[in-house]
Design a binder for this molecule. Sequence first.
Ligand code: PLP
Length: 400
Amino acid sequence: METRKIMEDADHYLMPTYSRFPIVLRKGRGVKVWDTNGKEYLDFVGGIAVNVLGHCHPQVVVAIQKQAQRLLHVSNLYHIEPQVRLAKLLVMNSFADKVFFCNSGAEANEAAIKIARKYAHEHFGAECFEIISTFNSFHGRTIATLTATGQTKFQKGFEPLLPGFKHVPFNNIDALRAAVSERTCAVMLEPIQAEGGINLPSEDYLTQVRELCDEKKLLLILDEVQTGMGRTGKLFAYEHYGITPDIMSLAKGLGGGVPIGAMLATDKVAAVFQPRTHASTFGGNPLVCAAAIAAIEALLEDGLVLDQCNRMSRYLLDRLNQLQEEYEGKVVDVRGKGLLIAMELMREGVPYVTACMERGVLIGLAGAGNILRFTPPLIVEERDIDHMIDVLEDVLEKVP
Ligand code: PLP
């Protein structure tokens, strides 16, 4: 189909939940994608932190092909070998003892909210159900996860939201402590707020949150949907901060590009999920689990991808900091961890992102729209970063 026709049909047949850029992407390899006109782009969006291994990683592709020939789907009424293998891999490499599989980040958080409430019901009674989350957080678009999300712009028009959620400022342990009551069952946080603008926790914030949760017998839910799977330079972001959660949600990078989510928990918490308490028809289906196993194995192989991520993180931050010095009238701040990096601008970012796209570089946005978000594949190389920086410099120079 011709490019223009695809875009016309998109307007005609798709609900306009996205304001899409006017290109149609057809092919991807590594850090590059190509559109229907054959134009090449360097992809610093990476499916918004999904494509940790780049596009069409050969091990993931082969795993999908092999599994597709063997078995695509069976019900969770039966044992599914790739699902068990994937759960074991996640458990062996994290704080968790048990895994529940679903299909997206929102569903993983939905499961996290449900298990926290169920745990509190069983241990502390039905009056204990409140979850404290933070302003500027993003946890998903289902009604529960939207309620947990601390940004009114996503909630407008969908009221009434669910009872049982409170929000406090991120990075403020006193506000969190003051918000805890008899009714509180859990604290829910992104270790680094991603959609909200790549907001990093202060050095001791997460340790203090963990201590507070222990003191008040609250569950700590970490939403690692965006920060997980190597994005911040360690497999999970909590590893940077010397703490472990009770519950963690994953999605995005987990499947190497296929839709899968997971909610992980300690045995103590997991015990409250019994047959018929929660379920998902597609959750942990053979095809997506085979892809995710291949993705995690490739991600962890000799630590090479994580090393690359950390090296490229330093390089990208250096280069962006140089740009900030050069364009201090336009760039307010550069920050991030691993390859979850922000460049905050004085102005609305869409014109900059559009100009970069026209020059063959895809960059994302976060926060109030004035933050450029860089979430390239973790296998990105120095020459890719150099090329992106040249383009961005040109754009900062020319776009007012
Ligand atoms: N949690 C976080 C931290 C996210 O960044 C996102 C998506 O951007 C979600 C949850 C929702 O994930 P999904 O879009 O897969 O439902």
